[in-house]
Design a protein around this ligand. Structure first.
Ligand code: HGY
Ligand code: MN
Ligand code: MN
Ligand code: MN
Length: 407
C-alpha cells in the first residue's frame, strides 16, 4: 500500500512539467509553482503545520512533545534540470513525507520533525544552485544573485517576485544552529557505484563541490563566404580547442575523482553564414580533492591563455562560484550504518559527485545523506528510473534515522 502511495505522489508531481521530453520543471517556473502548491496540500493532508520561509523554502512540521526541542529535518528539492527525470530530488520529498507519516502513526516524539522543500536547488536556470539551502544556512549571496538572469533575460529578482518573494529579503530565512538537531537527505545516487557493487544503500561521506566558470571568447564576426581562412579570428574554433583542453585536463585529474564538463555554449551571431564573433560557455568542475580542483583550474587558465594567443582571440574566464567539498557528520554516518546493519540492508560508504542541499545544511546542523541506486546511474535524463523496492528501502532507513534522532 505504502509503495503505491509513494509512486502515486511521484507520478503526480511528474505531471507538473513543461514540454514532453522528460521532466522540465525549472526553478520558479509555472510547473515548479504547481508542484510546490501540490506538495503543500499533501503536507497539510498529513496534518503537518506548513510555512514558507523568506527564501521560499516550504517547511512542513510535525510537532514534538517538547516544543522547545530542536527539530530533526529531512528534505530535498522539486525543481529539475531541463528534460530531467522524475526522481532527482522528488524521492527525498515523497519519501520524507511518508517517513513522517509513519512516525506520526508510531506516536509522539520528543523533537519536532520537519520536511523541507528547498527552493531552486538546480543551477540550470540562473547559474546559481541551492538558493534555498544557502539562504537557510545564512550564506545567501544577494549581491551575485541580484545580477543573475536566465537565457530569456528574466532576472532572478523578477522570478522571486513572481513567487511572492523579495530577493533582497531572503536573508531572513537564515536559521540558528540551535533550531535544528540534524538533517538527513534521501536522494538517488545519480551514478553507477551502488548498481555495480550491488549495495542497496549509499552512505555519503564527502559531497563533491563545484567550481563554476563562464568563459567568453572574443573573435571577429565576418562573412563566411568572403573571408579567407588565414584572415579569420573564429571564436568557435578557439572555443572548441578550449573544450578539448578542458576534457584532457579533467581526464588527467580524474584519478583524484575530479570531473570537468562544458555543458552550455552560445555562439554569436550563431548563423551558418557568419564566422562566429563571440562564444559564451559555462563550465562545471567537480571533485572531492581540493588540491586537484585548484590544479585543474590552473591548467585551464594556462590552456586558455595559450589558445587565446595562438588564435588571436582574447578569452575571459569568470569564476561564477567555487565551493569546497563537504564532509557529512561522522555520527550521522555511523547512525545510518547502524540502521542498515540492524535492518540487514547492504550498504557502502561513498562520496557523492552530485551536489545536494545537504552540503549547505551541513554548515548549519549535523547532516547525513542516504543514497539509493538509480538504473544505469542515469540522471538529469528523461530515462532516469528507480526500482520501487529501492525507494522503499531508502524510506525504511530514513524513517528509522528520523525516529532515532527525534525520539
Ligand atoms: O548539479 C548538481 O549536482 C545537482 O543536480 N544540483
Ligand atoms: Mn539534479
Ligand atoms: Mn538533486
Ligand atoms: Mn539534493
Amino acid at each position: 500500500m505504502e509503495d503505491k502511495w509513494v509512486i502515486e505522489l511521484i507520478e503526480q508531481l511528474a505531471q507538473f512539467k513543461e514540454g514532453e521530453i522528460g521532466i522540465s520543471r525549472l526553478a520558479f517556473s509555472q510547473a515548479d509553482r504547481q508542484a510546490r502548491e501540490h506538495i503543500q496540500g499533501r503536507m497539510k493532508d498529513a496534518g503537518l503545520d506548513v510555512r514558507i520561509d523568506a527564501a521560499g523554502n516550504i517547511i512542513g512540521r510535525l510537532a514534538g512533545k517538547d516544543p522547545e526541542a530542536p527539530a530533526v529535518a529531512t528534505g530535498s528539492h522539486l525543481d529539475t534540470v531541463p528534460h530531467g527525470g522524475k526522481y532527482d530530488g522528488v524521492v527525498g520529498i515523497a519519501g520524507g513525507l511518508l517517513a513522517i507519516q509513519r512516525l506520526q502513526a508510531r506516536g509522539p516524539l520528543t523533537h519536532p520533525v520537519e520536511l523541507v522543500v528547498f527552493i531552486a536547488e538546480e543551477a540550470s536556470r540562473f547559474g546559481y544552485s541551492n538558493l534555498g539551502s544557502k539562504a537557510m544556512n545564512g550564506t545567501a549571496n544577494i549581491h551575485a544573485w541580484s545580477r543573475a538572469q536566465d537565457h530569456s533575460g528574466i532576472t532572478l529578482k523578477q522570478a522571486f517576485l513572481k513567487q511572492g518573494l523579495d530577493l533582497s529579503a531572503v536573508t531572513a530565512a537564515a536559521r540558528k544552529k540551535e533550531e535544528l538537531k540534524g538533517f538527513v537527505e534521501l536522494h538517488i545516487e545519480q551514478s553507477r557505484i551502488l548498481e555495480k557493487t550491488g549495495s542497496k544503500i549509499g552512505i555519503v561521506e564527502w559531497v563533491a563541490a563545484s567550481t563554476r566558470l563562464k568563459i567568453t571568447v572574443e573573435g571577429t564576426a565576418a562573412h563566411s563566404g568572403a573571408t579567407p581562412m588565414d584572415e579569420r579570428q573564429d571564436a568557435l574554433v578557439s572555443a572548441s580547442m578550449i573544450v578539448l583542453a578542458i576534457q584532457e585536463i579533467s581526464l588527467e585529474q580524474s584519478t583524484y575523482g575530479t570531473v570537468g564538463t562544458v555543458g552550455a555554449q552560445i555562439v554569436h551571431p550563431g548563423v551558418m553564414n557568419a564566422v562566429p564573433g563571440m562564444v559564451e560557455m559555462w563550465v562545471d568542475i567537480r571533485g572531492v580533492d581540493h588540491d586537484s580542483i585548484i590544479q585543474t583550474l590552473q591548467d585551464i587558465k594556462d590552456a586558455i591563455s595559450t589558445i587565446a594567443e595562438e588564435q588571436h582571440t582574447p578569452v575571459a574566464m569568470e569564476v561564477l562560484s567555487s565551493e569546497k567539498p563537504v564532509l557529512m557528520d561522522e555520527h550521522m554516518v555511523e547512525t545510518i550504518e547502524n540502521v542498515c546493519r540492524s535492518r540487514g540492508v547492504s550498504y557502502r560508504l561513498m562520496n557523492s559527485g552530485a551536489g545536494h542541499d545537504a552540503m549547505y545544511m551541513a554548515h548549519l546542523t549535523p547532516t547525513g545523506m542516504i543514497l539509493i541506486p538509480c538504473k544505469n546511474g542515469l540522471s538529469h535524463h528523461p530515462e532516469e528510473s528507480v526500482a520501487t523496492e529501492d525507494i522503499m528501502t531508502g524510506i525504511d532507513v530514513l524513517t528509522e534515522m528520523l525516529y532515532r534522532l527525534a525520539k
